[in-house]
Ligand binder design. Structure first.
Ligand SMILES: [Zn+2]
Ligand SMILES: [Zn+2]
Length: 229
């Protein structure tokens, strides 16, 4: 019986950051992307699917994406990953909190840096790291290339959930919009070239899960996104 990649999207916190949980239905290995807040809900979803979290990945170090890192790391023991270029931003979590008018969340150690071209593996799945600076200097997108997963014995074509590639774009690309670049470390030329050179280079059918709001597809954004045409 074919089983699909487990995918839960939980919009968490005041800014409704899309936290994603991706679980291998056979091995129960999982990753969590952007646990910004509401760690109890995230843990409940992990428990509901009986998953073992192997890595906690951050698309960037804005408070709405990293606020739950410490608690999730403590609860799961999973290592925390982010791009080195956002470490400085993470170190200033207290100032980000002040700016939003909220209490600063507890911080944690970053266990490993994500770099362009890295592959993160869990169960029979893998995600490729694309460094996509512009919204922040260390923004990354995570690409799940179905074609490559299809060559693996555990994930033959038709037996995994993602029959087309998936992209977790953080706050770089949204449905009909792009990330803001007026915050610390932001750059409009950088975000545009990140999107043009790295994201629009992906197949049109790629499903994009942005850091906020609804999913979209690369082809749709290529044709209709007013910031890119
Ligand atoms: Zn952001
Ligand atoms: Zn955000």
């Amino acid at each position: 019986m074919a089983q699909k990649l487990i995918h839960e999207i939980l919009p968490v916190g005041m800014l409704q950051c899309n936290c994603s949980i991706l679980g291998d239905p056979e091995t129960r290995d999982a990753i969590v992307i952007d646990p910004g807040d509401e760690v109890d809900r995230i843990l409940a979803a992990i428990a509901k699917h009986d998953l073992k979290v192997r890595a906690i990945l951050n698309t960037h170090a804005h408070i709405d994406h990293v606020g739950g890192l410490r608690r999730l790391h403590e609860a799961t023991g999973a290592p925390v990953f982010m791009h080195r270029d956002d470490l400085e931003l993470y170190r200033h979590l207290d100032r980000q909190a002040q700016w939003l008018g909220v209490r600063p969340p507890a911080m944690t150690e970053v266990d490993q840096f994500l770099r362009e071209g890295d592959t993160v593996r869990w169960g029979g799945y893998e995600a490729r790291v694309l460094h996509t600076p512009g919204h922040t200097q260390g923004s990354v997108s995570l690409y799940l290339p179905f074609e490559e997963a299809a060559q693996k014995p555990m994930a033959r074509k038709g037996e995994v959930g993602n029959e087309v590639p998936w992209l977790f774009a953080g706050d770089t690309l949204f449905a009909g919009s792009i990330g803001r670049t007026d915050l610390w470390g932001g750059s409009m030329p950088a975000i545009l070239s990140s999107i043009q050179e790295k994201l629009l280079a992906l197949p049109d059918e790629t499903i994009v899960f942005p850091g906020h709001g609804p999913a979209t597809r690369i082809g749709e954004e290529r044709e209709t996104n007013p910031f890119l045409t």
